[in-house]
Design a protein. Sequence first.
Lengths: 292, 305, 336
Amino acid sequence: MAVYSQKAFKNLCSIASTMRGAPKIPIVILVMVCMAAIFAPLIAQHSPTVGSLSDRMMPPFWAKGGSLNYPMGTDALGRDILSRVIFGTRISLSIALLAVFFAGSIGTTVGLVSGYFGGPIDVFLMRMVDIALSIPLILLAIILAAALGVSFTNIIVVIVLLLWPYYARQVRGETLSIKERDFVPLARVANCSHTRIIWRHILPNVVPSLLVLATLQAAFVILVESSLSFLGVGIPPPAPAWGLMVGEGRVYLASAWWLSFWPGLAIFLTVLSMNLFGDWLRDRLDPKLRQI
Amino acid sequence: MQRYLFGRFLQTLFSLFVLLTIVFFAARLTGDPVALLAGEIATREQVEKLRAYYGLDKPMHVQYMLYLSHLARGDLGRSIVTNRRVTTLVVQRLGASLELLGAAVLLSLTAGLVTGVYCAVKRGYRFDLLGRIFAVIGQSLPVFWLGLILMLVFAVWLRLLPTSGRGGLSHIILPAVTLGCGLSAGILRLTRSSMLDILSTEYIKLARIKGLSELIVIWKHAVKNALIPVVTYFAVLLANLVAGAIVTETVFAWPGFGQLLMQAVIHRDFPLIQGIVLFVGSFVLLANVLVDILYTFLDPRIRYE
Amino acid sequence: MEKRITSLLEVENLKTYFFTRRGVIKAVDGISFYVKKGETMGLVGESGCGKTITGLSLLRLVPEPAGRIVEGRIIFEGEDVLKKSPTEMRKIRGSKISMILQDSMTSLNPSFRIGDQVGEVIRLHGMVRGRTLLQKVIEALRLVRIPDAEMRIRDYPHQMSGGMRQRVTGAIALSCQPSLIIADEPTTSLDVTIQAQYLRLLKELQEQTKTSLLFITHDFGIVARMCDRVAVMYAGKIVETAETRDIFDNPLHPYTRALMSCLPKIEVQLKILATIDGQPPELGDLPPGCPFAPRCSEVSEKCWRYYPPQTVVGRDHGVSCWNVHQYQNGESNRGS
């Protein structure tokens, strides 16, 4: 037991030192978003889906007619926008996590196999990747939504289809270079199976750059999902998806700008924080990567 | 070079087939393609006509052949709502979309390239810092939100520009800026990093050793090489540009194919949706090949292999 | 010393420092030397000793903003280069002083044909165009013995071999008839057989055109073959300078002697290849005094604290060492 806690402590210390110099504001924002997602029912003052019609179209608290009860104002159905934005974090984060997880898994597997085995498998898989990357996925997203309807699952499937090639490409590149290093042929000599080599030797070295990619992709996912929701082919109403909220508020732009403004701001700040953090992560890990 | 282009061409053909096939199956996945293709208020004889046209009672491979033969003749079916030929509708809209795309690309290329070059040259100074901040903001802004905010500020509050529609120069500014923003941010970053690499090369040192003025060193020697990765970036970007165009056209009611597409979605006009997806998708694939050809002209190393 | 009368280039106490976040790196720390008209001067030392930066400093092309020439005078053809305006400098570069860089694959722009690259510098300084320009380009290529010059001008750099490319960089350097060419390790990236060819070509051209040559290298063998005089650099300082003959016959500075002993000599059978103990110093972290002190076999207390001034021994043989008097009598130190 003592050994485990020592190890854990050591790990924490190394994480802490790795995090030195990290961009503070983006991390604070991201932590806030996560907290909001986890504790939404506790933080939000009102229901995100049920509104009070007598309080519809109220402006933010500093304007005439606004109130601190609804700090960001209310929408056409009298729903509190702040509460909806808070609950919206759940949607954005869960889609980001799920999409990145699935796309990352598929893409990494393809990349590892392709890079490690090479030959015709590699050629074939990379052709698939190129084809997947050249077709504008948004068109397919729209047509699939039109055919099969909009739903949470559908949008995840579409985004995963959009995302996996990026992982495949990057992982393949890394696998190719790792494969050249000494310990791989050595492992083969020691009669390790291919799976074992990939799992224990190659994969751990690929993880750092995967983390960077995942962070940046998460930001991308949120942008894609919100665009699709804005257009009406993403998350269906009455869910408090940020993109959807912006879309719904569009009609009232001139008279009630806050309907579209706040959810859009939430998207922007979240994506910005993820991008800044991911960039910093990449700069931090890159020189280290070369030292391995 | 011939071999390289031929390979790319083949690949494009494959991509095209993948696109066509996915679209083909999209309608038929639901189990009741008739409802999709005929619309909700079709009469019995309309339904019969469509069934014959698409071959819906025949086996799948026959349907597919029929589908391909329609496409070969440029027949994309008819819109449910207006009963006009889809091909005609799409072609009508093409001009507007090209105008928007062209303006956005032009704007972002100019802004992105010039700023990127300057940031690299003045690395570490304030301009560089501002440029990089702008770049990361530009890539984090949701296109639709940016469009709405710009519209709100410039058209509604300040009344400087029109809110929507296509017309003269004043009409295209906001949509072009909206669409071009993310694009220019990407170009800026890429140009900057590309230029930074190039500015530390030996041949730039030699250019200075020759006694050339700094202006020529940068704009003649450095930029030409820096453009190469930017062009490659374009190929990747084209798909994203389509998404941005659809959103921008929706926000600004710009009469391009994007707006047509979203209207078709609202009206559940499936044949129109299908037609637009096919048309635009193929267009993008073709553009990709053109970009590749352009790339070979920029990089002599590829040309002479 | 006879330098004042006929020297083309006189460097006095040149200091080029780099100002980085980690501190000041004194890449060139107070060096002085001169180059006479028509002679080949060698600048020799390990990598990192500051010889390349010296070459760049002469052209005032030290990488900014980190690098800066902080002190010194560079008198070229009677005028201080450091006092010239950017426009005047640009007139000098390429036409009066030019440079040959080490790796021809990276020093030629991959996107331009070599005819254009040679023509560019001729056009800039010679103000010629059109057919005259073309003629001059072909002449320049012929001068460096590139066969089929008229065909070759349309080639791109990657279509040529390494040796050919390095001749092109030579053509660029020679095309405007400069008074001084700085050659920065021009043969390091060439095959050994091509190296000899190239050096011979350089020597012939130099004699033909009476251009002065500042030859920067780490290879004493090349120095023996090419240079009339040589200066040995270590950690940003010139530790010894003399005519080539004298340096080989009578190396005085412990560093020079150590370098000499590293050269495998045919007549001596060596069991173990000699090396110099220790590592080249961190230029940002130099102690006061002589930078070679940590590795010197003759080091004394004084060496750590004060940098020795230059002592002149015999005819034009300068050395900066506190312990040089021990070898003053020209004792041969070969094969030690």
